[in-house]
Design a protein. Structure first.
Length: 233
């Protein structure tokens, strides 16, 4: 099937869960695809050896996601482990390790603000364009399968932590930010692609406001994050 993902024409040989997730991204085009994705039996054998507990239904889904992340770097893009919420025509990303509460926090935005929508709940794509960074929905969005086939300017990025009170601060030191970003991206991709990823992460640090939010899972935290991260008049 042909899909438009992150502004790129992607040809995917897939079925099952991947095909269902990719259906909203399906397009018709005579243009040569920018990216072609498929899974071989060798890919599956290697994946099973590395992830013996993964469900059969997830093999293709996860392998194609990994290949998309790998290929996206050729187009000034990468995938970040985050939950992305869209509001006021911009995307706001919340990144953290699994189980910290990314999805809970962005769901609170949707509860608090009627115009807020989940752009991608687990693996949004970020692309550097001549107009800055854009965040895009992808067919890969974790357990929730919440995603939209849209791209929006990236308003801000926030690293989420649990706390017994709500506080937020902007991060300014690249030495503090880079390890946080790198930990939530695809690695093990060879030196040339790693260099490209590090270049893009450096540009992201330069161009996009980045915050750390320590919070409770409540609407006050969502309100604090939005009021701090939104563009100021």
């Amino acid at each position: 099937m042909l899909c438009s993902v992150a502004g790129l024409l992607v040809e995917m040989t897939c079925g099952g869960r991947t095909a269902r997730s990719a259906e909203p991204y399906r397009v018709q085009s005579d243009r040569t695809p920018d990216i072609r994705l498929s899974v071989s039996q060798e890919d599956i054998a290697r994946f099973r050896a590395e992830h013996p507990d993964a469900r059969i239904l997830d093999w293709e889904y996860m392998l194609l996601c990994g290949k998309f992340c790998f290929e996206l770097l050729r187009f000034n893009g990468f995938v970040l482990h985050a939950s992305a919420v869209a509001k006021d025509g911009r995307a706001y990303l919340f990144s953290a390790d699994p189980g910290v509460g990314k999805s809970t926090h962005t769901a609170l935005w949707c509860s608090l603000y009627p115009d807020a929508r989940i752009l991608n709940d687990d693996k949004p794509a970020l692309r550097l364009t001549e107009n800055g960074f854009y965040a895009c929905g992808t067919p890969w969005s974790g357990k929730s399968d919440l995603n939209l086939p849209l791209c929006m300017p990236l308003g801000a990025l926030c690293f989420l932590e649990r706390s017994d009170r709500n506080t937020i601060r902007r991060l300014d030191d690249p030495a503090e930010i880079l390890p946080l970003l790198f930990a939530q991206t695809t690695r093990r991709m060879g030196s040339a692609r790693t260099d490209k990823l590090l270049f893009l992460l450096g540009k992201l640090i330069e161009e996009v406001p980045i915050y750390r939010l320590r919070c409770l899972p409540n609407e006050d935290a969502a309100r604090l994050a939005y009021e701090t991260m939104k563009p100021q008049a």
